[in-house]
Design a protein around this ligand. Sequence first.
Ligand SMILES: Nc1ncnc2c1ncn2[C@@H]1O[C@H](COP(=O)(O)OP(=O)(O)OP(=O)(O)O)[C@@H](O)[C@H]1O
Length: 752
Amino acid sequence: MLAQEIGEEQEHVTAMYERLDVLRERARGELDRVQGEATVGNLQAYSERESFTQHFSGRVHQLSAVERGLCFGRIDETGGERFHIGRIGLFDEEYEALLVDWRTPLAQSFYRATPAAPLGVTRRRHIRLHGRTVVGVDDDVLDLDALGAADRSTLIGEAALLSSLGANRTGRMNEIVATIQTEQDEIIRAELPGVLVVQGGPGTGKTVVALHRAAYLLYTHRDQLARTGVLVVGPNPTFLRYIDQVLPSLGETDVVLATVGELYPGIAATAPESAEATRIKGDLAMAEVVERAVQGFQRVPEATIRFKVDQHELALRPSAVRKAKEKALDAGEPHNPARRVFVRRIITVLTNQIVDTIGRQYVGAEDVEDLRKELIEDDRVQAILDHLWPELTPQLLVSVLLSSPERLAAAAPHLTDAERAAIRRPIDAPWTPSDVPLLDEAAELIGELDADVAARRQQAAAAAAESADTWKYAREVVQVQLESENVVVMPWEIEQFAELVHRRTELIEKPVTVAERAASDRGWVFGHVIVDEAQELTAMDWRLLMRRCPRRSMTLVGDIAQTGSDAGVRSWAEVLDRYAPRRWRAAELTVNYRTPTEIMTVAAGVLTAIDPLLTAPTSVRAGNSAPWLRSTRSEDFTETLLAAIESERAAVGDGRIAVIAPASRTAALAAALPTVAESNDPAILEAPVALLDPSAAKGLEFDAVLIADPAGIIAESPRGLSDLYVAATRATKRLGVLADGVLPDVLIGGEQ
Ligand SMILES: Nc1ncnc2c1ncn2[C@@H]1O[C@H](COP(=O)(O)OP(=O)(O)OP(=O)(O)O)[C@@H](O)[C@H]1O
């Protein structure tokens, strides 16, 4: 029976691949044709060709990306209808559906139907492919009564999920479209507006669900999100590399992946910094510190400033400066635009003094203008204005603030001397990730430089004019193409083409994608923001992110129990009641798909030590090997660790291993263990053995994990137990713990 079922599915699958080949060939043919056309040397013809090139190469790329595992399921409905579910939708020449896209509402019951709530589905079939060959089918029967007698005898039960979870890890995260679980699907398809917080223990699929949600939202709300973009924020660059294949493999490329440290355009903030400095700089009080630092650059002199311009004796009294300052601040404008008002007032004061000495009756309106101009161009006047109210840049402000003990003392009176010393550093020190929210805060308070404002206005006016032209042109191009029947275009593609021609024409003059534009514009407002490992964000990070998403359409996934930084989140309500009151909702993921039961028992002991009220997620499967917990004398530590690595390598074959050690020991261990890759090594994800500290291991997973010196991990930070919990939940198959000296009592279970 199984062979017959497989044979029938094979027929369907073969038809789908044949259709895919036809569509791919057609798109390739169009691409070749468009690229081979002689270019009529004007910009518009070039633009037109580029538009079609982009469309067809995007289509070829999408159709190639879905080759692996094109179809993975089928649903049979009570009425007798059957649908195959896959990575994209496909129709045959008669527009009969061959394959339904997993993101459509029709496909939803594939993920949601249960025997308790079958949603009109009698059978859910998982189809396993090897290349283009059907190698297995597994059925879940959801409504036995609704199945006919013939159907009943063809049931094949086997968990598709478990076979995918047991596979060796490749170092890169994979998509999970074939096996999304019901509680995950509800999150993926949740509505776009508002803030959705997904709390879930380790391995519950938070990351993978967040990424599938991005793909789902881009598919369902394409019009809205294609223009504004989706931002996915991750904890570190290694993690972003770990996940960067998932969205392209789902056919989505227009997403900005970034760490918070990359969210200030033009700055790569990657320098390391102490946990204490991160804590202090992440505190919300820093917003006021930056504000006071800006105010520190708006001075009133203690004594009258006297100077000469062209024989005229001038005097700038503190009271006149104070008044000018008050006027400048009245409008609530940022520092740089407010400076314009300040400068105007001061120049008026000085002009009046000259007019008074010459005698008002001798000075006409034009002369007054000339005088003002002369004063403003005078070096001495400029130096005074720059002293009283200089034009600033955020970079200048933050680097001066953090390098000047006096400015820091004046702006941060709430900090102790030791705390100020912890964040002080040389003026030219490289930027750290926790500087980025300070720079962003400063940018808000400072505003743009005069020169930048003028340039931007000019650009905006030119862009608006061009955009109107290119839209008109785009529609004409599409019309001409359709009339000449040069290209095969489906009716629903016409608008899409016009949009493409329009965008492409713009791109030729401004060659950037939405993702690039968003990444280079600090003021960019994203349509949706997804934050992974959201528990690690500091209060200042949240402030910055909320500015990037004033509509508050966000998905935040994280686990409070894994918070490693002292500046991180302790309660979701604490963060969200501030920024999205009554506009946030919480969901929970409860099943651990990564870590087998035996390993989770060890991790659960650590979790109880963090907080006895917390419960670990339930593992979906049992493993094949019990975790081991050993201790060794310090002098034998490295050698024992080396031997353990070798035996784990033998056990996992071509799988991946991580050695997770206290941050303070990784450098020495790297020197002693020549075969391991360190976290700053770009090849770390592909390396057979990776050496990481707990914060670098966050979000990643490995076939086998060796925790080296657990007591060192606990002792290293105030949230050391959370770090140990993170380390203990990274393994998909094997866990070993090697203590340097005594094994901490929080580690229980496993073989000792
Ligand atoms: N429905 C599913 N089908 C197949 N694999 C899944 C499913 N859900 C999760 N997984 C797998 O489980 C593993 C853990 O998922 P993920 O990394 O998203 O968890 P997480 O909640 O982000 O974990 P952590 O908090 O520890 O970082 C991944 O290998 C993921 O592919």
